[in-house]
Design a binder for this molecule. Structure first.
Ligand code: GLU
Length: 463
């Protein structure tokens, strides 16, 4: 199948993936409460939220279902935010358990092994109650946080919540056991209450995709543009989703799908491709692990067909240098005196333009700078054209500034064309000049002027 750019084709492609996963109606509805046992087994939705907030919604993307265990990474994120990493790590581990989600499983320190199994999730909820003991208020804050991640106001399914409360013997046992081990400090009944409420929040696949997109975006909701959670918390949450998110099938999941993900017995799966997109899938027929059968299939197809595996090395090493050429080819006229023009005549091949593209992270930037270095004898000034670059991370930013300074030491110069302010955040600290800002201009005309100035200055210095 060939993929072409353009939204309508992507949509039809997603529809094909959706349809191919419809075949066979295997799996069974969760039946521990009547509300889950009674849902339409044929419901099947798929959504993809892109980094700019655009959402593709396929088929039953508007069916509401309860979030169930997909809530676990979110409550863990909130616990980390309110209590801090050290306090949380003392009470909840980060090791995969290799056991079923509701296993009564603790490590040698009697901590739940990770926050993605019920023991860890109940403990995460209890940590929120240590900050805000009133369950109603704590739930209000929790649902506000989930809503900030989803980009719309989410609500509770009262019937599911009541049923969960009635049938929760095993989860209650887990809470009391954790209390007896001295790790759960809140009132166990309150922890269970908050946990069941969080499981009963209603979402659609669009919501799961946007929540996933928020995590993919380092905590900034791609739809609202608002930060919902810090980058360091997101990094931790995605780590445990990768190793522990898909219950006892975690190893197989990382190998075949390669996306941090979390499933729930309501039939939802949320998956994340860090830096790129969020996925939401819903189909309530579950496999023996409690994962949506069609949801898993759809994620596998998305990953393999769209190359979304997070260790897709080809994506990482994609070409960052789109092309390079000398200033001869620019056809830009700068404002020069006759003598300057005479001197510069024929010298434009000493100015080289490198056109970069994509997102610049460490590996891409490193290869660009290595290339500059190895060809430094071929130019006096390098102009790095970043107008096609969307994002430059912190480390790449310092690498660019550092490289510009190093080139000065080699009697070379680098000028960065950065119309969108991806290298130097011009507007964020307007009062203090950004480090290295002297190398950065907004247009190619300015860049060429700077480059020529440098050549003229060299001529003066060399006499
Ligand atoms: N409410 C369910 C429970 O705790 C959620 C389980 C799940 O989604 O895996 O048993």
């Amino acid at each position: 199948m060939t993929l072409f750019a353009g939204p309508s084709l992507v949509e039809s492609y997603l529809e094909q993936i959706h349809n191919s996963c419809l075949v066979g109606g295997e799996g069974a509805l969760a039946d521990y409460i009547p509300e889950l046992a009674g849902v339409d087994p044929t419901g099947f939705g798929l959504s993809l939220a892109l980094h700019d907030g655009y959402v593709y919604s396929i088929a039953d993307a508007d069916i509401g279902f309860t979030i169930q265990s997909v809530s676990k990474p979110l409550t863990y994120a909130l616990a980390l935010t309110h209590k801090g990493f050290d306090a949380v790590d003392e009470r909840i581990g980060v090791e995969p358990s290799g056991e079923a989600f509701n296993e009564i499983s603790v490590d040698s320190k009697r901590r739940p092994r990770n926050p993605m199994i019920n023991a860890g999730a109940i403990l995460s909820a209890s940590l929120l109650l240590e900050v805000e003991p009133d369950v109603d208020t704590a739930f209000g804050e929790l649902v506000d946080f989930y809503s900030a991640c989803a980009g719309r106001k989410l609500v509770l399914d009262e019937d599911v919540y009541r049923s969960e409360m009635k049938s929760g013997a095993r989860n209650r046992a887990i809470a009391y056991m954790l209390q007896s081990f001295g790790v759960l400090h809140a009132e166990p009944e309150h922890a269970i209450d908050l946990y069941f409420r969080q499981c009963s929040v209603v979402v659609t696949t669009d919501d799961l995709a946007v929540i996933g997109g928020t995590l993919a975006n380092g905590g900034v909701n791609p739809r609202t543009g608002r930060r919902a959670v810090s980058q360091s918390v997101v990094q931790r949450v995605l780590s445990v989703m990768t190793t522990c998110g898909m219950y006892d099938g975690a190893g197989d999941w990382v190998t075949t799908v390669g996306l941090p993900a979390k499933s729930g017995v309501g039939g939802g799966i949320m998956a994340v491709l860090p830096g790129q997109l969020g996925i939401g899938v819903y189909s309530p027929l579950l496999d023996e692990h409690g994962n949506s059968v069609r949801g898993v299939k759809a994620c596998k197809r998305l990953s393999s067909d769209l190359g979304l595996h997070m260790f897709n090395v080809a994506r990482e090493s994609r070409v960052t240098v789109r092309g390079f050429y000398s200033a001869h080819e620019l056809h830009i006229t700068t404002d020069r005196s006759d003598s300057e023009r005479r001197y510069l005549h024929g010298k434009h091949d000493r100015i080289r333009i490198y056109e970069l593209q994509g997102d610049l992270t460490f590996s891409g930037t490193e290869s660009v700078l290595r290339r500059l270095r190895s060809s430094a004898t071929e130019f006096e000034v390098a102009i790095l054209d970043l107008s096609r670059v969307d994002h430059v991370d912190e480390v790449s930013r310092s690498m660019f500034v550092g490289a510009s300074q190093n080139l000065r030491g080699l009697q070379r110069s680098a000028v960065i064309v950065d119309p969108d302010g991806v290298v130097i955040k011009r507007h964020s600290h307007a009062s203090e000049p950004a480090r290295g800002a002297q190398f950065v201009v907004t247009t190619m005309h300015e860049a060429l002027t700077r480059a020529e100035d440098f050549l003229l200055k060299l001529a003066v210095e060399e006499g």
